[in-house]
Write a protein of this length. Structure first.
Length: 281
């Protein structure tokens, strides 16, 4: 004869174990000609006593370029406002010697960073909704305003634009490799409100990439950080913003890391840690 209390305890134990099973990964996302922001939310804090560290925060991730940009030359070459001056809507981006595109690298790093940030409780907006050879853009002026106060959708707390560089090997007189983080310089009427917090964000990202074991650029910036006033994505932002050139795709060593899933996860962890440090520090 089986004791009733033992049966109930066993059933309860099995139910609790089933309830703790991990859920599946990210759902797929569609694509279309043209782009818009996409957003995701988490299910809330994982503990009834401690809120998720980024609960209530909104992060904008801008995966550079779009895989299909080269097929839409007339559209991406259209001139748009880049912060008080005209510049091409977008460019095709670069690629490794093996043909791995910057657009795909940026998308994959952004997708993994999104996953990590959502686990911390953040809501994440992406400036494009797919990595598609049939899509283009969006233009730099749109990329820089998604998540701004007064724009449609939630207002972001921070924006990180994810890129990779394409400097030809030997063009600098020495090996051109490593990352650099670009922050906005002073452009009156455009970056006055975000320049100081963006500098702190740049330092946080530089330090996180250092800690992850990535080398600083040998050809751009000062101690891993560059300052520019000619980038529309930075000039249009009304929230703290940086652009990360995570490495040089034309360098064999950098390219090998970027082409590997493990390398992309290292980049994503560094970006996510930097955003958490900036928002909670």
């Amino acid at each position: 004869m089986v004791h009733t209390g033992l049966v109930l305890a066993t059933v309860l134990s099995l139910a609790l174990a089933a309830g703790c099973a991990d859920e599946g990964g990210d759902a797929g996302r569609g694509s279309r000609d043209g782009c818009c922001a996409t957003s995701s939310t988490t299910g809330g804090p994982t503990s009834s006593t401690a809120p998720a560290p980024l609960a209530g925060r909104v992060v904008v991730l801008d995966p550079g370029h779009q895989l299909g940009n080269a097929r839409f030359a007339s559209r991406i070459s259209r001139r748009v406002d880049a912060g008080g001056f005209a510049k091409a809507c977008n460019t095709t981006g670069t690629a490794t010697g093996e043909g791995y595109p910057e657009a795909t690298f940026a998308w994959q790093v952004a997708a993994e960073t999104r996953r990590l940030l959502e686990r911390l409780g953040a809501r994440v907006l992406l400036t494009r909704d797919a990595d598609s050879a049939r899509a283009w853009g969006p233009c730099i002026d749109e990329r820089g305003t998604i998540g701004n106060p007064g724009e449609p959708g939630p207002t972001g707390d921070v924006r990180v634009s994810i890129h990779a560089d394409g400097v030809a090997t030997g063009s600098t007189g020495r090996r051109a490799h490593g990352f650099h983080v670009i922050r906005p310089g002073l452009r009156a009427g455009w970056t006055d409100d975000v320049r100081a917090p963006s500098e702190r964000l740049a330092v946080a990202l530089r330090d996180a990439l250092d800690a992850a074991g990535f080398a600083r650029s040998t050809y751009a910036g000062d101690e891993g950080i560059d300052v520019r006033t000619d980038l529309g994505t930075l000039n249009h932002s009304d929230i703290p913003v940086v652009m990360a050139e995570l490495g040089n795709m034309r360098d064999g060593g950098d390219a090998a890391v970027m082409e590997s899933p493990a390398g992309r996860k290292r980049y994503a962890r560094a970006v996510a840690r930097a955003i958490r440090a900036f928002l909670t520090g």
